[in-house]
Structure formats: structure tokens, C-alpha cells
Design a protein around this ligand. Structure first.
Ligand SMILES: CC(C)(COP(=O)(O)OP(=O)(O)OC[C@H]1O[C@@H](n2cnc3c(N)ncnc32)[C@H](O)[C@@H]1OP(=O)(O)O)[C@@H](O)C(=O)NCCC(=O)NCCS
Length: 142
């Protein structure tokens, strides 16, 4: 949780947010020498019958980027999503996520596009949680 204290207002807030992902197993993590180097969290969008999952949070530690960690986290998470939907007699049909349109998220966009995600909508600045830049809604059709 230490890494999140800079993003969230307090440890309590970070634990409240991440607790649900940990409890449900909606999280894939990458470790190196027993240190956390990457995380991907996701959640189902309402009922399993819709087959729609959303990626919420995804990062790889700066020193470990461009070594395939992010790609493997994404593959692992999608395998877990498939399992989740199968467990509820459904099927994973789509994976969605929002990401920024600025240069800061270029690496993420390239990775999503390499994995087959496509832009489905553009969100103008300050409509969701990004006050200054537009965002893209990416969707992967399974
Ligand atoms: C996005 C992120 C998780 C990718 O992690 P990563 O471990 O570096 O990803 P990989 O090494 O598996 O990269 C896989 C592919 O993505 C693309 N890619 C990754 N980083 C890139 C970059 N800086 N520029 C261009 N393409 C890039 C490439 O196609 C790459 O394949 P290649 O190395 O064979 O060319 C990482 O850059 C990150 O943490 N970024 C900051 C946080 C962020 O933007 N999160 C997403 C929020 S929605």
C-alpha cells in the first residue's frame, strides 16, 4: 500500500479502494526480488451475463518498463477475467478501459492497441476525472 499513499489521500482510502480487488482476486501483480513492480486491477461491469469487464488501474514501475511485464500482466488479467465469467456460466465478451489522450499515456495506448483494443469513444476534458486532457474509451472485443 505504500506506493499508493502518494496517489490516495491516506492509507485508509487506498486500503478501502484496493480491498475489494484483493478480496475478489480482481488483481494481477508482478514481483521482482520480492518487490512489487507492476499491478493491474479490473472489475466486472455489473452482471456476468453482460460479459463486460473494465480495467481500472494498470502500471509498471518505471525501471521495469519495456521488458514485457505490462504485456504479461494484461494477458494474465484477461485469463482471470475469462475464468470469472466462466465460473458464472457466462463468457467474457469485451474489456473496456479509459486512458488519457496525452503523451503521458502513449506507452499504455500503444500496448492496448498492440493487444487489439480499439478506441470506441473520445471523452472531452473535464467530463470524467481528467480536468485538462481528453480521454479515450478503449474496447477489446474478445
Ligand atoms: C503502460 C505500461 C503499464 C506498459 O508496461 P511495460 O511493462 O512497459 O509494457 P511492455 O514492456 O509489456 O510493452 C509491450 C508493448 O507496448 C508498447 N509500448 C510499451 N511502452 C512503450 C513506449 N514507451 N513507447 C511505445 N510503445 C510502447 C510496445 O508495443 C511494447 O512492445 P515492444 O517492447 O515489443 O515494442 C507502463 O508503460 C506504465 O506503467 N505506464 C505508466 C502508467 C500508465 O500509463 N498506465 C496506464 C493507465 S490507463
Amino acid at each position: 500500500m505504500d506506493a499508493y499513499e502518494t496517489v490516495f489521500s491516506s492509507r485508509r482510502e487506498a486500503e478501502a479502494f484496493y480491498g475489494g480487488f484483493l478480496e475478489n482476486g480482481w488483481i494481477s501483480a508482478a514481483w521482482k526480488d520480492s518487490g512489487l513492480v507492476g499491478v493491474l486491477t479490473w472489475m466486472p461491469r455489473e452482471a456476468a451475463k453482460h460479459g463486460l469487464a473494465e480495467i481500472i488501474d494498470f502500471w509498471v514501475k518505471a525501471e521495469e518498463r519495456r521488458k514485457g511485464v505490462g504485456g504479461r500482466l494484461l494477458d494474465h488479467a484477461i485469463a482471470k477475467m475469462r475464468q470469472y465469467y466462466q465460473d458464472f456460466n457466462s463468457k467474457l465478451r469485451r474489456v473496456m478501459l479509459f486512458t488519457g489522450a496525452s503523451k503521458r499515456y502513449l506507452a499504455a495506448r500503444k500496448l492496448y492497441e498492440k493487444k487489439g483494443f480499439q478506441i470506441s469513444a473520445t471523452i472531452p476534458p473535464d467530463r470524467l476525472d481528467n480536468p485538462r486532457y481528453k480521454e479515450f474509451l478503449y474496447v477489446l472485443q474478445i
